[in-house]
Design a protein. Structure first.
Length: 456
């Protein structure tokens, strides 16, 4: 997998090279056209110089008068920096009848052409030729295209060298710019890599580029949630270890009593041991359920839950236990209601509410369940005629391992904590109040599922 740095460099360097190629081609084309125009103008100037001096030519001579020859020499050397190229330049004067009046060579040069610029082949070479007519004669000058191209290549080389240097400098600047731009991201990565679970403090955003501030903010939110989760887990483990210590010690003591008890008392001791094991098992089950329902734990897939069926199921499940304690467990109403949620968690919520009511209402009490649909909400109520909970204690009793009876009952102190966790997970609402019968009223409000589309 390529890094962001590699991708940025690849795209920017590629764009730079492509631009350099396009610019080079344009420079080459424009320079070639301009160079040819200038060279053609040079040929025209040489031809006009010959006519301007109007030399008297001898038929047997191939020389022009000295003053004209001097001007020709100046113009020729203007276009040819080195004398070795002069043999690739030819100037000739022809009569209109086709007779050669003058030639810069001892022999006849390229054949006479009509007025204007032409490309001709002579001596196996390509020549660029210009013919300028006059009243009595025609002046013709020519230069090989080879030397013209060679001069052009020398010129274009000097033009393109600065462009190449510019591309190299820009490439280095782009490389440095990319490295500097990504340095804050690298610093952030290094800082996160040096963190441990004991140092999940938020990242500083004061010196970050504006584009990285949202990312840092999201990471800080994640770090805060992770820190909260770790704190909760450490507290949970400490509380669990403390709460498990007492029942395990009691079970151990009861086991020793069973071993030492006489035969007549052994059955009683075994019953006590069995109740101790049941209490410890219940506590462990509640701890496992609470751990699974941690607010930041992985969310399970939600589905449509028929809540009225769960309410009826809870009444049926606890009917035998209620009968053992002579408690009147009944279902007041169960309106049809469907909600989006975790069916297993909602079942645990109802089980804990009914279990708490049976556990703390006392023998001979009355416990009622009701499910009503009110204002697009499914309202679950569990009420009893027991001692209830004082308003001052209703918030505290929802915390873990809080028991108002100071351990006199067999409860774990986790029931309402589990209920609150499930309620928060489903974005529902938990209310504690006083039942019409004087005991505790627990009310849960959940949003009804209005369609079959699962909410986010």
């Amino acid at each position: 997998m390529r890094s962001i740095r590699s991708r940025l460099l690849l795209w920017q360097i590629s764009a730079l090279l492509l631009t350099a190629v396009v610019v080079s081609v344009l420079i080459f084309r424009l320079a070639w056209v301009g160079f040819n125009d200038v060279r053609d103008q040079g040929l025209e100037q040489i031809a006009q110089t010959v006519l301007r001096h109007d030399p008297s030519l001898e038929a047997s001579s191939h020389l022009v008068p000295s003053h004209a020859q001097h001007d020709l020499s100046i113009l020729e050397k203007r276009w040819f920096a080195d004398d070795e190229y002069l043999d690739q330049f030819v100037s000739q004067i022809w009569s209109h009848q086709g007779g050669l009046l003058y030639s810069s060579l001892p022999e006849v040069g390229p054949p006479m052409q009509a007025q204007g610029h032409h490309i001709v082949t002579w001596r196996g070479q390509s020549w660029r030729l210009y013919t300028l007519p006059h009243a009595e004669r025609m002046v013709q000058v020519a230069v090989t295209t080879h030397i013209r191209r060679q001069h052009f290549y020398e010129l274009i080389t000097w033009l393109l060298i600065p462009l190449g240097v510019l591309v190299l400098v820009l490439g280095l600047l782009i490389h440095q710019a990319v490295l500097r731009s990504l340095r804050p991201l690298e610093n952030m990565r290094r800082e996160l890599g040096q963190r441990d679970v004991a140092g999940l403090r938020p990242l500083s955003t004061s010196e970050l580029p504006r584009e990285l501030v949202p990312l840092a903010g999201t990471l800080n939110q994640l770090l805060t949630r992770l820190d909260t989760l770790l704190i909760n887990q450490r507290r949970f483990l400490a509380d669990a270890a403390h709460e498990l210590n007492t029942p395990l010690a009691a079970v151990k003591l009861q086991a020793q009593l069973v071993r030492r008890a006489p035969e007549t008392d052994r059955l009683t001791a075994l019953d006590e041991l069995d109740r101790g094991i049941a209490r410890t098992s219940h506590l462990v089950s509640q701890l496992l359920l609470l751990a699974r329902l941690e607010p930041d734990a992985r969310q399970t897939e939600r589905s449509l839950v028929q809540l009225d069926e769960l309410v009826r199921g809870a009444v049926v499940s606890f009917a035998a236990r209620a009968a053992e304690r002579h408690i009147d467990l009944g279902l007041v109403s169960a309106d049809p209601a469907r909600v989006w949620g975790d069916e297993q968690a909602l079942r645990a919520l109802l089980d804990n509410l009914v279990d708490n009511a049976l556990r703390y209402a006392g023998e001979g009490a009355r416990v009622d369940l009701a499910l009503r649909v009110v204002d697009n909400q499914a309202v679950v109520e569990v009420m009893d005629n027991g001692p209830g909970i004082a308003p001052a204690d209703r918030e505290r009793v929802q915390e873990r391992f809080v028991r108002l009876d100071q351990g006199q009952s067999t409860g774990s102190g986790l029931g309402l904590a589990i209920v609150r966790s499930i309620v928060e997970r489903h974005k529902a609402r938990l209310e504690l109040g006083t039942a019409p019968t004087g005991g505790l009223l627990v009310r849960i409000r959940l949003a009804l599922a209005t369609d079959t589309t699962r909410p986010d």
